[in-house]
Design a protein around this ligand. Structure first.
Ligand SMILES: [Zn+2]
Length: 407
């Protein structure tokens, strides 16, 4: 547990998708892993560290990221299916080896901390060794994460394809060993996507996850060729109906992408309480298409942002907040909205907003301190839009996770 520290700095914290709280020159106190006070410096309260040239924001949250693809960022193909076949599958096969997977997990979690991301929802490779290594490293590093072994029991390269029994047994073993809903680490069921998962396997996941209140993550409706393949494989009218039939659309399900959805599919997502991980950088990298933001907003479906590394090119969530704005041709995205989707909005979606997502007394001390640009000596309301559009280039000075200095 951390000892008491007080930092004199500028504080920017989200309130909602339309509002935020800016507190120039305040003293933020951390004690026993929590934020215990935020008061104006003018009160004359004691402080230990002078970071008046910094901006403090909450620890960032990445709602969708693939640990086992960390080293193939930038390996380019212009569509999902060839990219998976040529780069992702050969790379993920390396993580069948525990030692390889462990070293990779160490690099990855350190890189997340350095990027200011203190909570992540993570896919590993389709091997229990890969997932165990990720949990072990996360535990050692006190990282907060939802981690799942990617499941593939059909239409997969032979080296990666699990039997249904093996997939089920491995998930149960991982849950038994690592899942702790009251702690920092949770197991999340991770069927890769419909083409590589049988209805039987997905139905088992749906039933088990509902009974035991576990989270589920998968991909939905990313790329047009993928959608055509799903319809052919399962003989249903839409991609979302496949997941609905499997029973995996729950209020603890995170669906990445959701680009080419019909109105009926959006209604299914809304009525099931499912959440969306929007990954704008990845969507343009793989030429998948544009996220239907106006429709998702109109239906009020909860969503937040994911890096989707390796199809996403960076772990820096400030970069993805900017891309969220840039990848909409007609629908405006405000800086407050973009900030919310990588902080409090993501925390709320995960049911963690009482613990993380904003800088308030009582919350866990997940704090990122960025060096302000040198000209920025007077903090004004412009600091939020500067952060969203240029913040990915600002140097990250300190990262606290639960009050412990991690980067
Ligand atoms: Zn993904």
């Amino acid at each position: 547990m951390s000892k008491k520290t007080s930092i004199r700095t500028n504080i920017l914290s989200p309130v909602s998708a339309t509002s935020y709280d800016l507190k120039p020159d305040h003293i933020l106190t951390i004690d026993q892993g929590r934020i215990t006070g935020i008061v104006p410096a003018s009160t004359g309260q004691h402080w230990d560290v002078d970071l008046r040239n910094n901006l403090a924001i909450p620890g960032l949250i990445d709602l969708h990221v693939h640990l086992s693809q960390f080293r193939i960022r930038g390996h380019y193909r212009d569509a999902l299916l060839p990219w998976l076949k040529e780069f992702v599958f050969p790379e993920e096969q390396k993580s069948a080896d525990y030692d390889f997977a462990h070293t990779l997990a160490e690099d990855f979690i350190q890189a997340l901390y350095k990027a200011g991301t203190t909570t992540a929802v993570i896919y590993t490779a389709p091997y229990i060794a890969s997932c165990e290594a990720a949990f072990e490293v996360a535990k050692l590093q006190n990282y907060r994460a939802f981690i799942g072994m990617t499941l593939m029991n059909q239409n997969s390269p032979s080296m990666m394809q699990q039997s249904t029994k093996q997939a089920v047994d491995d998930c149960l073993a991982l849950i038994d060993e690592y899942h702790n809903p009251d702690g920092d680490l949770q197991y999340i069921f991770t069927p890769r996507f419909a083409p590589t998962c049988s209805m039987e396997l997905m139905q088992w996941i749906g039933t088990y996850a509902r009974q035991n209140k576990l989270w589920i993550q998968t991909h939905l409706s990313e790329n047009k060729n993928e959608i055509a393949w799903v319809k052919e494989l399962f003989g249903l009218n839409t991609y979302t109906e496949v997941y609905d039939k499997a029973g995996i659309l729950t209020d603890k399900t995170i669906l990445a992408h959701c680009i080419h959805l019909t109105d009926g599919e959006l209604n299914l997502l809304k009525s099931s309480g499912s959440k969306i991980a929007h990954c704008p950088d990845s969507n343009f990298y793989l030429r998948s298409g544009q996220f239907p933001l106006a429709e998702v907003r109109e239906k009020d479906i909860p969503f937040a942002l994911g890096s989707d590394v390796g199809a996403g090119t960076s772990l820096n969530m400030l970069y993805h907040a900017k891309m969220y704005n840039f990848r909409q041709t007609d629908t405006p995205v405000s800086p407050a909205d973009a900030f919310y989707r990588i902080t409090l909005g993501a925390a709320k979606l995960l049911g963690l907003n009482d613990k993380i997502g904003s800088l308030e007394p009582g919350k866990e001390a997940d704090i990122v301190l960025l060096n302000l640009p040198e000209h920025n000596t007077v903090i004004t309301d412009n600091v939020l839009s500067e952060l969203i559009f240029t913040g990915h280039e600002w140097q990250i000075n300190r990262v606290y996770s639960k009050g412990i200095l991690k980067a």
